[in-house]
Design a protein around this ligand. Structure first.
Ligand code: NDP
Ligand code: GDP
Length: 344
């Protein structure tokens, strides 16, 4: 059988790296799009030992002419569109760039695929942020969207564009509405990694304290490596459709911190209220987590919890990694990472 070819936009990101490894194991030829930067190496691909196993093409997803050239160069079977300005906080500062990448970047790919005669399957990285201020206790594929950030509005545009191209041009195009998913490869600016890395540095005496924002928002956190399998399953399904991918359980930021503290076997207590709330290390009475209003957002998504029953039923997908295992894995990885910082 001839090898299938997959094109991953955003291959240098968390999901791109795990997905590339997953597809290589399935014997795909993997082409990844990377925008040029001053960064010397792709640390995530290096960490998974796959840097020399994928073909990298250099382009920004906003550059449609480069994208056309790449689609002309390879006979692509499946496209996974993971490239995005993916950080909600930054989207408030850079709403236009966020929309150009997340909305117009997606439209560029859909237009190219529409113009190609051969059937290319398309996966879009949609997000639970589209539900935003949701009235439902659990969100599923039928729940109304109420986006609360430029990131969420840009992704909602992309989501509806995928749906429209599927209906209008019969494209095999799907969106995975993924709830937050984390891993040791998560960007350091996201709260989970910020906590596991920050606390690891504090324990190893490389940092005094960690400043964060809203402790009480709740997220449905899963493990990224479980979620990339769902992306692939969606594209193998006969009928193109959209699916929620989640764990069905949620926790607050404070609970994530408490679970990390447990994994690190630290003795701590919470004191104070509101902006004065702090986590104290009871062995030396020093504050190790403090609140900084700089990290609050103009509009917050307070609570998200996904219902993944449709994916379970139709794709036979379910999450394999629970909250506690995820936190332990991230803490173990960050302790190792911080110890090695000294050696480099
Ligand atoms: P990351 O931020 O880790 O990765 C984003 C990727 O997009 C990086 O490779 C980045 O490149 C690339 N990128 C950004 N801008 C451009 C551009 N203009 N042109 C080309 N490439 C670009 O995100 P994740 O891996 O966590 O997420 C993957 C996708 O899934 C994203 O679309 C995200 O919005 C979405 N998503 C993620 C969730 C999560 O919890 N992780 C939840 C739901 C959806 P560079 O390395 O140069 O920055
Ligand atoms: P998001 O769900 O895509 O916005 O993922 P993040 O990990 O960036 O944020 C998850 C939640 O953590 C949001 O409700 C944030 O307001 C909250 N949060 C609290 N403090 C911080 C912080 O210091 N950094 C980040 N990134 N988020 C924080």
């Amino acid at each position: 059988m001839t090898k299938k070819t997959a094109l991953i936009t955003g291959i240098t990101g968390q999901d791109g790296a795990y997905l590339a490894r997953f597809l290589l194991k399935k014997n795909y030829k993997v082409i990844g799009l990377e925008r040029r930067s001053a960064r010397s190496f792709n640390w995530r691909l290096e960490k998974l030992n796959i840097n020399d196993k994928v073909i990298i093409e250099d382009t920004d997803i906003k550059e449609i002419n480069n994208l056309i050239r790449i689609f002309d160069k390879y006979k692509v079977d499946e496209v996974y569109n993971l490239a995005a300005q993916s950080f909600v906080y930054s989207s408030f500062q850079n709403p236009i760039e966020t929309s150009l990448v997340n909305s117009i970047g997606t439209l560029n790919l859909l237009e190219i695929i529409r113009n190609k005669k051969n059937k290319i399957k398309f996966y879009q990285a949609s997000t639970s942020e589209m539900f935003g201020e949701s009235k439902s206790i659990k969100q599923d594929e039928k729940t109304l969207f109420h986006p609360r950030s430029p990131y969420a509005t840009s992704k909602t545009f992309a989501h509806y564009s995928v749906q429209n191209y599927r209906e209008a041009y019969n494209l095999h195009a799907v969106s995975g509405i993924l709830f937050n998913h984390e891993s040791p490869l998560r960007g350091e600016e996201f709260i989970t990694r910020k906590i596991t890395l920050g606390l690891s540095k504090i324990v190893l005496k490389k940092q005094k304290n960690l400043k964060i924002g809203n402790l009480y928002a709740k997220r449905d956190w899963g493990y990224a490596d479980d979620y990339v399998e769902a992306m692939w399953k969606m594209l193998q399904s006969k009928k193109p459709d959209d699916y929620v991918i989640a764990t069905g359980k949620n926790h607050s930021i404070k609970q994530f911190i408490n679970e990390s503290i447990k994994a690190l076997k630290l003795k701590t207590k919470w004191v104070g209220k509101g902006l004065n709330e702090k986590l104290i290390n009871t062995e030396n009475n020093k504050a190790i987590i403090v609140i900084d209003k700089k990290f609050f957002r103009p509009t917050e998504v307070n609570i998200l919890k996904g219902n993944y029953q449709k994916a379970k039923r139709e794709l036979k997908w379910k999450p394999k990694t629970n909250f506690s295992k995820l936190v332990k894995m991230m803490i173990a990885s960050d302790l190792e990472y911080v110890k090695n910082l000294d050696k480099n």
